[in-house]
Design a protein around this ligand. Structure first.
Ligand SMILES: [Zn+2]
Length: 56
C-alpha cells in the first residue's frame, strides 16, 4: 500500500516544491474534482498544489 513517494498533496505551482499533506489547509470537491489549498513549506504562499504525477 505504498506509493513511490512520501504522501504529498502535490507540488507548489509557484516554486515547484513538494507540498506534504500536513500543509493542506482546506480540501473540497467541485465539478467532480478534488481541489485543495495548501501552504507551501518552501515559499509560504497559499497555493493549489498540482498532482506530482499524472498516473493514477
Ligand atoms: Zn512554493
Amino acid at each position: 500500500m505504498n506509493t513511490h513517494d512520501t504522501e504529498a498533496a502535490g507540488r507548489c505551482p509557484s516554486c515547484g516544491a513538494t507540498v506534504p499533506n500536513a500543509f493542506v489547509l482546506i480540501e473540497y470537491e467541485a465539478d467532480d474534482e478534488r481541489r485543495m489549498y495548501a501552504e507551501c513549506p518552501a515559499c509560504e504562499n497559499v497555493v493549489r498544489p498540482r498532482p506530482s504525477d499524472s498516473s493514477r
